[in-house]
Design a binder for this molecule. Structure first.
Ligand code: NAD
Ligand code: UDX
Length: 467
């Protein structure tokens, strides 16, 4: 079966970039990305392509190359489903905030709504692809909904999890380490797998397209994120030991990373990992393990989250302790709010939790992030529900100039590793700060020796005993 029409439900950080790359690479396929969120769709259609709602290096160019040709963004969900032979479900699957599994299980209500909508609208056979990250065996539920519509349409369900990382999404999509497709071992299942593999095959080498059964595919996605997050928590756990012993975590990471069995990637100590995926997916795995009575398995993985929460909290606590045990009414400048560089995404960013802890101590936070708006910062803080919106507004103020954010500050904290922070005129920042001028580098971004020469009291993560 040759695919000529694709629909993707969900125009977010995954649906948008993924479909833009498919459309660019497959000019013969009409790709329609639909979403209920009218504002988001309007932004994807903005005449100025720089205003698309997801910031990713290179994405605007990819969108510009295909939009209006074979890439369309629309709120007409029914129409796009009806037309398509292959439908990606790429909606959000957040952690449940209510009922059983609250705070752990994945909330599948948006997935179920999509399945019901596809079932209702479809008049001919379709391939339905789970692009969202889902608990293992979700495809069973999706299939059960689709197979009980009574209108005789045949559905094949595939799992095709996405491994892109934000900030490098375009690069990751253009040259993926692998594309994973899980499907049924029946002739129809294999035909559906082949149809999707042929889409990717237009730019991904064959040997990088891996096919498995549906359950292996679903579980591989959770496992990949759990392993990656575990590496960050492992190096962060060591960073605290380094601070007590005089070892330097950067040196330790380099030394162990040169062992080809360990490898050098994902060993950067930090203020803690953020992003919409790691915590959510591990909690989801913990929940699944618990539901099978596998308590040791659940505890093992939960420790990755416990360590990460500790890392964020101890970063904030160290700021308070170093500033003579009080930050009340002191100005603390935050450089960065996004959960990593090169994205405007702030979901689960460590910055939110560090700010919340410091505001509890009555600090005034002055934020500069090149891609995050003041509304987003306030909405992130409001979401925690620690205090009123007005109180957050008073304590967390955003600036569009890093020098203004740092002016008169008692301390600067680096929360995101944006490249531009290395290029700042740090002498100028120092001259305009309160003295002693502290820098807490939560990303080990700056040259500590140079910072000390300027006169800063500089602390990074995992190097040298704390003063
Ligand atoms: P997102 O919140 O940015 O986007 C999801 C979109 O789906 C939203 O715009 C929402 O309005 C829309 N939506 C929800 N229900 C809908 C419905 N019934 N009909 C139409 N639109 C609907 O989420 P995201 O970051 O793109 O993540 C999507 C999925 O991909 C999640 O399961 C996530 O775990 C997974 N994932 C995310 C990343 C990442 O880096 N963000 C990477 C890999 C996998
Ligand atoms: C992650 C996975 O990498 C990706 O494959 C999956 O599809 C979605 O989840 P993402 O969350 O976008 O991607 O970014 P990632 O680069 O994994 O970083 C996650 C967090 O870990 C960030 O806050 C980052 O700053 C932090 N991190 C990463 C570290 O603190 N140290 C590291 O060495 C690596």
């Amino acid at each position: 079966m040759k695919i000529t029409k694709i629909c993707c439900i969900g125009a977010g950080y995954v649906g948008g970039p993924t479909m833009a790359v498919i459309a660019q690479k497959c000019p013969d396929i009409k790709v329609t990305v639909v979403d209920l969120n009218e504002k988001r769709i309007a932004a994807w259609n903005d005449a100025n392509v720089e205003n698309i709602p997801v910031y990713e290096p290179g994405l605007a160019d990819v969108v510009a190359s295909a939009r209006g040709r074979n890439l369309f963004f629309s709120t007409e969900v029914d129409k796009a489903i009806d037309e398509a032979q292959l439908i990606f479900i790429s909606v959000n699957t957040p952690t449940k905030t209510y009922g059983s599994g609250k705070g752990m299980a994945a909330d599948l209500k948006y997935i179920e709504l999509c399945a019901r909508q596809i079932a209702r609208v479809s008049k001919d056979d379709k391939i339905v692809v789970e692009k969202s990250t889902l608990p293992v065996r979700t495809a069973e539920a999706v299939k059960s909904i689709l197979d009980n519509t009574g209108n005789g349409v045949q559905f094949q369900i595939l799992s095709n999890p996405e491994f892109l990382a934000e900030g490098t999404a375009v690069q990751d999509l253009l040259a993926p380490d692998r594309v994973l497709i899980g499907g049924d071992n029946t002739p129809e299942g294999q035909k559906a797998i082949q149809a999707l593999a042929d889409v990717y095959g237009q730019w991904v080498p064959k040997e990088r397209i891996l096919t498995t059964n549906v359950w292996s595919s679903e579980l591989s996605k959770l496992t990949a994120n759990a392993f990656l997050a575990q590496r960050v928590s492992s190096i962060n756990a060591l960073s605290e030991l380094c601070e007590k012993t005089g070892a330097d975590v950067n040196e330790v990471a380099k030394a162990i990373g040169m062992d080809s069995r360990i490898g050098p990637k994902f060993l950067k100590a930090s203020v803690g990992f953020g992003g919409s995926c790691f915590q959510k997916d591990i909690l989801n795995m913990v929940y699944i393990a618990k539901s099978f009575g596998l308590n040791e398995v659940a505890d093992y993985w939960e420790q990755v989250i416990i360590m990460n929460d500790h890392q964020k909290r101890r970063f904030a606590r160290n700021i308070v302790q170093t500033l003579y045990n009080t930050v009340a009414d002191k100005k603390i400048a935050f450089l960065g709010w996004a959960f990593k560089k090169d994205t405007n995404d702030t979901r689960e960013s460590a910055a939110i939790y560090v700010a919340d802890d410091l505001i509890n101590e009555q600090a005034n936070i002055a934020i500069y992030d090149p891609k995050v708006s003041s509304q987003q910062v306030l909405s992130d803080l409001d979401y925690l529900d620690s205090r009123t919106h007005e109180a957050n507004e008073k304590r967390a103020v955003s600036y569009d100039d890093p020098y203004k954010a740092c002016h008169n500050a008692h301390a600067v904290a680096i929360l995101t590793e944006w490249d531009e922070f290395t290029q700042l005129d740090w002498q100028r920042i120092y001259d305009n700060m309160q003295k002693p001028a502290f820098v807490f580098d939560g990303r080990n971004l700056l040259d500590g020796k140079r910072m000390a020469e300027i006169g800063f009291k500089y602390q990074s993560i995992g190097s040298g005993p704390r003063c």
